[in-house]
Write a protein that binds this ligand. Structure first.
Ligand SMILES: [Zn+2]
Length: 227
């Protein structure tokens, strides 16, 4: 068998579903360099106006989907510091896996740091178990249902509360090389709720996210000796 590696990152080509490639370079690598061609400053200016024009709820400016990781904190920080968001509603979809102490601490402290409300949504554990097992048996993809619900639930909550804007982090189709376009809106965007990738407004950088998150009280596994 002939194993082919991406000429830039060394990833094994032809093994990841939907990962495209051009002349032996994976699309994730090509997309990373193509980001230099995108005018992110213009996108950031657009977002500030868009948020202002789409405030539909008396209390909350938007919903921010929060996992509790460093990227969540960077998103909230940017929205509140750069885009005029005063009161985001943070929404976390809780799963049934064991949490680390760092994860528990981060989930607790994020709304304390930003002084906002945080909604923790726990799916029915029996439903979670049923779908996780079924997706594993049928498709060897135990997290398929959960990954879909992680997007759907914050959007459903925004819709039900009459909040027009929802923010997520990365546009994973672009970052992981299954699409050539760094689209601003998530495919689940609809007439009632506009769903925006912050990774399409600010170019994603692990280093930047971690730096911002640490300044906003983020703890990692080192802080709790959990490696
Ligand atoms: Zn690559």
């Amino acid at each position: 068998m002939n194993i082919r590696l991406c000429k830039q990152c060394g990833f094994i080509l032809g093994t990841k579903p939907h990962l495209k490639e051009v002349d032996g370079v994976c699309l994730a690598c090509l997309n990373a360099s193509n980001k230099k061609l995108i005018d992110f400053t213009q996108r950031q200016e657009w977002l500030t106006k868009y948020i202002c024009e789409n405030k539909t709820h008396g209390k909350y400016d938007c919903v921010v989907a929060i996992s509790g990781g460093k990227d969540s904190r960077a998103i909230v920080k940017r929205l509140t510091s750069h885009h005029g968001v005063k009161n985001p509603l943070l929404v976390t979809v809780h799963d049934e896996f064991t949490s680390t102490q760092a994860g528990i601490s981060n989930r607790r402290s994020i709304c304390e740091h930003f002084e906002c409300d945080h909604l923790l949504f726990r799916c029915n554990p029996e439903e979670f178990r049923f779908h996780t097992k079924e997706d594993f048996v049928k498709e060897l993809h135990p997290l398929k249902w959960l990954e879909r619900r992680l997007y759907e639930i914050p959007i459903e909550i925004a819709r039900d509360l009459g909040i027009r804007l929802v923010f997520f982090g990365e546009n994973s189709d672009y970052e992981y090389g299954s699409s050539t376009e760094l689209g601003i809106f998530h495919p689940l965007t609809n007439d009632a709720v506009k769903v925006i990738f912050m990774g399409a407004i600010w170019p994603y950088s692990i280093h930047d996210s971690l730096k911002i998150a640490r300044e906003c009280g983020f703890k990692d596994l080192d802080d709790y000796n959990e490696w």
